[in-house]
Ligand binder design. Structure first.
Ligand SMILES: [Zn+2]
Ligand SMILES: [Zn+2]
Length: 275
């Protein structure tokens, strides 16, 4: 059976593997197609395609946008997007600027708490060219010895209720779905167990949602069935993937769970129907 992984992050967002390394692992895992779905950025797509051209591996250009609804974070995946679209790239630049400002604000708060040897630039150096986030700041806190683990960094300093936390501006799911539709993409509700509110699905369908991520690490058969039946109810295609983040997220393995290539065909059908 031909297998795929439709949810993968590179070091352009918050993973530890470069696009080329990711492609090499996917090839050794025997996958036929992968989607690059970095958080709020598309820079990893082209290098992945370049590397995949050496092999028999298909790359689906994607993205994962962060949105917020009723105080909960919601992730919307976009597949087969036109990642060269100018207005789209400008929007991503704006999101990047907001993320960077947040790092400056959190570093400022850390200074007030006595964490005096961290500069925002150190965090940006760590994140490289891609999307910067709290994970990078957490790694730096660990590196500088203020905490012994990334999870402690969140608990002690930058977690949602911790003293150096700065809230994030997020777009609404409606805006995220619209953004993906505007560049010819297929918007998909990522890992619906998190936020875990099934009522959101019908609401998002009203905004133009086209798919539901039903295969995800740790989903038991009963959950897959549950989301598959909801997808059928609303006429949504199914997607799935590992949400691989390299060493940042322990336990995620490229190609796990097993996702059949058939889903890519459905994705392409949905893309063609849109035209
Ligand atoms: Zn996500
Ligand atoms: Zn993800």
């Amino acid at each position: 059976m031909k297998l795929v992984d439709l949810h993968l992050h590179t070091d352009f967002s918050d993973s530890t593997l470069s696009p080329a390394e990711l492609v090499q692992v996917a090839v050794s895992a025997g996958l036929s197609a992968i989607a690059i779905t970095d958080h709020d950025c598309v820079e990893g797509i082209e290098p992945a395609i370049k590397e995949a051209n050496k092999f028999d591996l298909e790359i689906i250009p994607g993205i994962e946008l962060t949105a917020e609804k009723y105080g909960k974070e919601v992730h919307i995946l976009g597949y087969s997007i036109d990642y060269h679209d100018k207005a789209f790239l400008e929007k991503l630049e704006k999101i990047k600027a907001i993320r960077e400002k947040r790092i400056f604000d959190m570093v400022e708060k850390l200074k007030e708490l006595g964490v005096d040897d961290i500069e925002a630039q150190d965090v940006f150096d760590l994140s490289g060219m891609g999307t910067v986030g709290r994970a990078h700041l957490a790694s730096l806190l660990k590196k500088k010895g203020w905490v012994s683990s990334v999870s402690e960094a969140f608990k002690k300093y930058i977690g949602n209720n911790s003293p150096a936390y700065v809230s994030k501006f997020n777009m609404t799911p409606e805006q995220a779905i619209r953004t993906i539709l505007d560049v010819g993409g297929i918007p998909v509700f990522a890992h619906p167990h998190n936020p875990g509110d099934d009522n959101l699905i019908s609401e998002f369908v009203g905004y133009g949602l086209k798919g539901l991520e039903v295969y995800y690490p740790g989903y038991p058969e009963s959950i897959i069935k549950h989301y598959s039946s909801l997808a059928a109810k609303y006429g949504l295609i199914l997607t799935g993937g590992s949400d691989f983040h390299g060493d940042v997220k322990e336990g995620s393995v490229i190609g796990v769970p097993r996702v059949p290539y058939e889903l890519v065909e459905k994705l392409k059908q949905a893309k063609n129907e849109k035209r």
